[in-house]
Design a protein around this ligand. Structure first.
Ligand code: LLP
Length: 427
């Protein structure tokens, strides 16, 4: 399923991309994102969790495909507005932007009020603060149903150990807070974790039905949250979207019968839409032997892709045959494989892309390669660039969107001056 050698993505030569835009560069294939959006068309509303990959060109692509957007900060609201999303909905249409969080920082509160952005409250305090400033508004409540599940303990957002959402036993208290401010609870939202599985996802439907019955007839929207898993290695399987929809649709229909009116069913995927579309293209700059181990050292590190060091996440890798400096087509050749460790340039031992959770360094069987060839880290579109940092004063990577056989620069690589912007030496 994942090639060990590749020279192109969506018909665009990777060596040309690297020569034109430099490395490391994130490359996204627009057609893959569009295909993933189409997979989910049964749902009334697909609300993209932009934290996964928030470049405004990606948001614009989503908007053109009829996807609406989730924002978790004033910055993400700003991005959504810049990408052309309207702040609030036309009658009967889904909210183009929803602010979902557990707190309002002061910037976010002012931003949602200024632009009249719909709010999904994840704490009683947030509801109080919003009600005090915008009595009479419609709100969504995010509930922690008391259980959760994720691909890592760090991405489990339900249960008592999680800070997310309103504890399910506090729903009544929150309905009273809403009443006190004249707020109408029109939406209910559950998101139990990221990269979970069908079994856990299906438990959420039952919790939703019970909680929705407690809220009652003011509800017009229920949201199944995000968390739809995607594939990161051989053997991973795609979630059965049709079966998942059926479960949710049945819950929705039972609630509609109870309330006597229609309910919109929202889904809030992040990684499902963008993970597979994205590739981190890096150059191998050194090949080192350390005792029995061979290291391929890249010009990309955990400043570009933090998932391996954070969660021990596995990402497929491939080698682009042919030195970067050599112009002309180079055939994808047959090469022997070797077990290697792949790391980055940062001054930190954990800067290793082939590691398991807990920081245990692993080897990966990859085609033998040379310094000056490209290595591609795949399935990196979600939580890749978005979780990047300037650690070691490394600039953010460039981002490139492939569309109709063309490579478009959608974010320029940072310059040295970008790195120190805003810094001041006091006199
Ligand atoms: N909705 C809410 C309220 C969320 O908190 C999240 C993710 C999503 C939707 C989208 O989840 P997705 O469909 O992408 O799984 N950095 C981690 C993932 C953190 C997810 C945070 N919230 C990773 O790289 O796996």
């Amino acid at each position: 399923m994942f090639p060990a050698l590749r020279s192109e993505i969506a018909g665009v030569s990777l060596r040309n991309v690297a020569r034109r835009f430099g490395t490391p560069t994130f490359v996204y294939d627009a057609a893959t994102i569009e295909r993933k959006i189409d997979d989910l068309k049964a749902f009334d509303v697909v609300r993209y969790a932009q934290k996964a990959c928030s470049n405004i060109a990606i948001l614009d692509l989503m908007r053109r495909k009829g996807v609406v957007v989730d924002a978790v900060s004033a910055g993400e609201i700003h991005r959504a507005l810049k990408a052309g999303f309207q702040p609030h909905a036309a009658a009967g249409a889904p909210h183009p932007i929803v602010y979902t969080a557990d707190i309002f920082d002061r910037d976010a509160l002012e931003m949602v009020l200024k632009h009249d952005i719909h709010v999904n409250c994840g704490s009683p305090d947030m509801l109080e603060q919003y009600g005090a400033r915008k009595p009479g508004a419609n709100v969504t409540l995010r509930i922690n149903p008391g259980f959760g599940h994720g691909h890592s303990q760090k991405t489990n957002t339900g249960g008592e150990q999680s800070k997310h959402g309103i504890w399910h036993e506090q729903l009544d208290d929150c309905l009273r807070i809403a009443d006190r401010h004249g707020l109408s609870v029109t939406g209910l939202h559950l998101h139990i974790g990221s990269g979970t599985d069908m079994e856990h996802l299906s438990q959420v439907c039952g919790a939703m039905e019970k909680l929705a019955a407690d809220v009652g007839r003011t509800l017009t929207t229920i949201s199944a949250g995000g968390g739809l898993p995607t594939i990161y290695q051989e053997g991973d399987t795609y979630v059965d979207v049709a079966a998942y929809y059926k479960l949710w649709d049945a819950s929705r229909k039972r609630l509609e019968a109870q309330f006597g009116h229609k309910l919109a069913l929202e889904l809030e995927p992040g990684r499902y839409l963008v993970a597979e579309s994205g590739y981190l293209v890096a150059e191998i700059r050194a090949i080192k032997k350390m005792g029995k181990n061979t290291f391929y050292l890249l010009d990309a590190g955990f400043n570009n892709l933090a998932r391996p060091i954070l969660y021990g996440s596995h990402h497929p890798m491939s080698i682009v045959p042919g030195p970067l400096d050599e112009v002309g087509t180079i055939a994808v050749d047959e090469r022997p494989k070797a077990d290697v460790i792949v790391g980055g340039p940062l001054c930190e031992s954990g800067d290793i892309f082939t590691q398991a959770e807990g920081g245990y360094v692993c080897t990966r069987s990859l085609p033998t390669a040379q310094v000056g060839e490209l290595l591609v880290i795949e399935c990196a579109g979600a939580y890749g660039f978005a979780m990047g940092s300037n650690y070691n004063s490394k600039p953010y990577a460039a981002e490139v969107l492939l569309r109709n056989g063309q490579a478009h620069l959608i974010r320029a690589r940072q310059t040295p001056d970008d790195l120190i912007r805003g810094e001041v030496i006091p006199v």
